[in-house]
Design a binder for this molecule. Structure first.
Ligand code: ADP
Ligand code: MG
Length: 217
């Protein structure tokens, strides 16, 4: 039987919890990455925002994807300081408009959601792939996901491609010279270090794919 993705709101909330657990575990690592290339607050920013989302779990439970993404976007926008708050906030709000009031997302809709999320971040941050940011991870994931969708691959292969493309995108930030964000102001433009935002973006995609793959029905 081939696996058909039907992402539910319940699974999305499980994904948020799964990501949060990973984030908690990697506190020192992410803080250290952002201390080398930035100002060291990226972990604190992400933790604050996603903790707030987990607190809102019972409110989010009853919502359609459109409503839920809008609420998540507004919450992140108002709780997360730093660039990442505005960027994630804009991404979620655009994603809300793109998916509309639906109860489930299939693989194509998920790709559309992630593409909208990516486009909003690129516009808001005036940045593009190759600038050594969270965009590199998301772009890598969305591109390989789309390629599998175009080949009419099974949804399991589509999800694996999302994860492996995101991982490659994250890893590619190591040798990049930053063109955006605080690393741009470093003398070596962050070369030799992964971008912290690219790493936390990968944790999110990894958590999402892992939740969906372990919940195959
Ligand atoms: P700040 O840089 O304001 O301290 P954070 O530390 O929370 O904010 O987030 C830093 C991350 O945000 C970077 O690692 C990078 O991935 C991402 N980022 C910074 N500026 C941009 C931008 N203009 N476009 C896209 N992503 C960006
Ligand atoms: Mg920072």
């Amino acid at each position: 039987m081939s696996f058909q993705l039907k992402l539910t709101n319940e699974q999305y909330l499980l994904y948020l919890v799964t990501f949060m657990k990973k984030l908690e575990k990697e506190k020192d690592y992410i803080t250290q990455l952002d201390s080398v290339t930035g100002d060291g607050d990226h972990w604190v920013n992400m933790d604050m925002g996603f903790r707030k989302l987990i607190d809102q779990k019972s409110d989010l439970e009853a919502l359609t994807f459109g409503e839920m993404f809008k609420k998540i976007g507004m919450t992140i926008m108002s709780t997360v300081g730093g660039s990442s708050g505005v960027l994630y906030g804009s991404g979620y709000i655009r994603a809300a408009q793109t998916v509309g009031d639906v109860q489930e997302l299939d693989a194509t809709k998920l790709a559309d959601m992630l593409q909208a999320f990516l486009n909003a971040i690129m516009e808001r941050g005036k940045a593009k792939p190759g600038d050594k940011t969270m965009i590199d991870t998301l772009h890598g994931g969305v591109e390989s996901m789309r390629q599998k969708l175009a080949e009419n691959a099974d949804d399991a292969a589509v999800l694996q491609a999302l994860k492996s493309g995101a991982l490659a995108g994250m890893e590619s930030t190591k040798e990049m010279e930053a063109a955006k964000g605080r690393a741009y102001y470093q003398t070596n433009k962050g070369v030799g270090n992964l971008d912290p935002g690219a790493v936390t973006m990968y944790y999110q995609i990894e958590a999402l794919v892992d939740v969906l793959m372990s919940d195959q029905r």
